[in-house]
Design a binder for this molecule. Sequence first.
Ligand SMILES: Cc1cc2nc3c(=O)[nH]c(=O)nc-3n(C[C@H](O)[C@H](O)[C@H](O)COP(=O)(O)OP(=O)(O)OC[C@H]3O[C@@H](n4cnc5c(N)ncnc54)[C@H](O)[C@@H]3O)c2cc1C
Length: 366
Amino acid sequence: MTQNIIIIGQGINAACTALELSRRSSDFAITMIADHRATNGAIASGASWGWVNAHTDHNEAYYRFRNSSRALWHGLIWDYPQISARIQSSVVFDLPPEDIENTAVEHAAWGYPVTAVSRTGVETILPQFRTPPDAALFTKGEVAVETEIVAGELAALSGATQITAHVHGLIQEGGKLRGVMTDAGPQTADHIILAAGHGTPALLGTIGIAYDLDQSFGLLVRTKPMMHWLDTMIMGPDYHIRQCIDGSLLIGGTFDANNDTSRNVLDTAQNLCRRVEANFDMPLGRQEHLEIARFSIGKRVLPKGGLPHIGPVGHHPNLFAMAMHGGVTNAPLAATVCADHIMGLQRRPETLPFTFPPLEKEPSHV
Ligand SMILES: Cc1cc2nc3c(=O)[nH]c(=O)nc-3n(C[C@H](O)[C@H](O)[C@H](O)COP(=O)(O)OP(=O)(O)OC[C@H]3O[C@@H](n4cnc5c(N)ncnc54)[C@H](O)[C@@H]3O)c2cc1C
């Protein structure tokens, strides 16, 4: 029997969930509703650096979650080779030198394909690096995702109906969740999935559930496409850089929302590019400097406590939510957890160490 499923969102979590559900059963009639598509930098997926990795802060449970999701990305690339994601290595040195060896030993013991490399090792991997660090982590088999494109590609592959509308609230009758109210009218559903990033607190608020998210901002500069010269993702303490499939460089840097006014964001973006130019030999051609095509200031979705929030919400078995940073990495596994829940499949609790927070209020039976 057909089950109507509404997914609020068209970012990477929504897209992975739509695809996963469509692969599980043709009985699911899936509708994605969002007021921004992933291609819009105003939401996290449109302003993401797109690095799929399982580096964690000594948290083995979270490492295992991320690493399983990394494996699911490999599966997606195998099943749909046309998507704008590819397997790549990374060189990471944005942590104190003394932590590099410990992190490599710890993560390698957990099964991660990571080693600690010396300056000579970095020079061998990246001969174009003018100022290689003394030590770095070198990891194979991570994934670079052109997130804003891939979200659209996966949503299209799912065959879901896509509606552009603002969702004003969730519709409850007799304590049961019946659907959503959009500015294009009401939509009923058997299941509602919130993959709404920073929209999640306001939507839950409409059924009396208090939920709060933190945020921070990240600057991302995209250059005009250039000759391919970089096939490794690089994370340094003051910049990260990778070359995308179309040849553009995607350069991330810190952004101080309090002091970087809109007037000087362009200066900050240019300074970031200068830093990268100073550190690498790259084919600039006739240009003196990297040419900026565009930049974005992304708002990170930061659940309280730092770890993702994924799971059914409180007393509503037909309401599932997912809110997280690291969502590009985590989306395929979050989608799997969601599909398991909708299909009534039990997961072993250790495979999902982060439930959605409990209700702070009893249901209001509006
Ligand atoms: C600068 C930056 C760099 C990052 N780098 C990485 C990285 O390298 N690796 C990694 O794994 N993660 C990274 N992240 C985090 C990652 O991008 C996010 O965790 C992920 O994109 C979250 O996706 P999402 O689909 O949950 O939410 P979002 O992409 O924010 O999408 C939310 C969706 O909900 C819709 N929506 C919300 N409210 C409503 C409403 N009321 N009505 C209708 N629609 C609504 C929006 O329109 C949108 O479609 C980065 C984030 C930033 C900001």
